[in-house]
Write a protein that binds this ligand. Structure first.
Ligand code: ZN
Length: 378
């Protein structure tokens, strides 16, 4: 598209986007022994920010460019918190991964001269960073889980590949239970982002995985469509409105996008608050609290026992079942439905699932309603 040597990143919502996460950011290994020689350079959310800068710095054909995302755009497009962005930029600069263009503080570049990268990378699709809506189900991946999704996207995208949770945990410098949880989410029947073709039975517990290519293509297409719709809308407004010099977007569109973002964030917060209230109410019940806490502790132990085929597996499973029953009974007594303990229960608009904008770029009419109703009016 652009052939100049240094292309500035457009400050638009670049949703049609694949972030390349260099494998070296997750740590390095001794080539001979295969042993880890360095840990991941930062937390997973921070790796996303640094990867975004890398993606923009190192373009195909050796073209170098600057990443000029603002704090707000980093937050919005990568779906990370402000402190994550700030810390990533700080760590990135302090450790020599990120440099700035001379005389500028907002044009970042990944320093490839002083940081070895093999070119190997995990492909993090933009849609992986946001809640993924498939039919009526919402899948939200944590930053760590997004890295696992990116791993599958790159390693198991053409032919099925065998991995154990331990393999992936080692490669991504992650805990095994976190990897296990990510795999469970990605292979969940409601979403089927990744197929598990065989469950590991050999001594290494390796399973065969391949991504759901049809679904990945569809999600990528939706992103492209959304991006096109946004670009079109921007172009239209650019023609209509007078634009002052140096302004990359008409003010109206910025205002609009900001309003959408604000309402979106409000709804996310509102759901979190509503969930917190319900949970707090449930936790006042001794029986619920006891079983909830026991289950939380049991889950990772059970995963571990399952992975290692430990002899106490059936005992743990029994305990798990007992506490699950007790928790269920307590909830029934409290007249709280299990669904109420999930954020999705508090979604206001079933049409857009509170995302406000449809994949084709159209705005949901629930947005016109403005601010969500005050608490208690569910
Ligand atoms: Zn809606």
């Amino acid at each position: 598209m652009n052939t100049t040597a240094a292309v500035e990143q457009l400050n638009t919502s670049a949703v049609d986007y694949t972030y390349r996460m260099p494998v070296e950011l997750f740590g390095t290994f001794n080539k001979g022994t295969g042993k880890r020689t360095a840990h991941k350079i930062a937390a997973y959310g921070q790796i996303k920010v640094i990867s975004d800068i890398y993606t923009f710095s190192v373009r195909r054909g050796g073209m170098r460019s600057f990443c000029t995302r603002t704090l707000e755009l980093f937050k919005r497009d990568l779906n990370v918190s402000e402190s994550t962005v700030r810390r990533a930029l700080k760590i990135g600069a302090a450790d020599g991964y990120i440099t700035c263009e001379e005389g500028r503080k907002d044009a970042y570049q990944f320093d490839t001269e002083n940081n070895y990268t093999s070119g190997g990378h995990y492909k993090l699709e933009a849609w992986m960073t946001r809640p993924i809506i498939i039919e009526d189900n919402i899948l939200t991946l944590t930053n760590a889980e997004q890295s696992v999704a990116a791993f599958f996207n790159s390693e198991c995208n053409r032919a099925p590949q065998e991995y154990s949770a331990n393999d992936i945990a080692e490669t991504l410098d992650m805990s095994v239970p976190t990897v296990q949880k990510a795999i469970d989410k990605l292979t969940d029947e409601k979403f089927r982002l990744v197929y598990r073709l065989s469950v590991g039975k050999n001594q290494y517990r390796k399973s065969k995985y391949i991504i759901n290519r049809t679904l990945f293509r569809a999600l990528n297409r939706e992103e492209a469509k959304k991006q096109k719709a946004i670009e079109k809308a921007l172009a239209k407004k650019n023609v209509g409105g007078k634009q002052s010099e140096g302004q990359t977007q008409p003010q109206t569109s910025l205002d609009f996008e900001e309003a959408v973002q604000t309402e979106y964030r409000e709804r996310v917060n509102r759901r979190a608050e509503a969930l917190k209230k319900t949970l707090a109410r449930a936790l006042t019940d001794m029986e619920f609290r006891t079983s909830e806490e026991a289950l939380k502790q049991l889950l990772p132990r059970l995963e571990f026992a399952r992975l290692r085929k430990m002899p106490n597996l059936s005992k743990l499973q029994q305990e798990m079942d007992d506490y699950t029953k007790r928790r269920k009974a307590a909830l029934k007594r409290l007249k709280i439905d299990e669904a109420e303990l999930s954020e999705s229960f508090y979604v206001l608009c079933p049409k857009c699932r509170d995302t406000l904008i449809f994949p084709n770029g159209a705005v949901c009419n629930c947005f016109a309603r403005g601010a969500p109703p005050p608490d208690g009016e569910l």
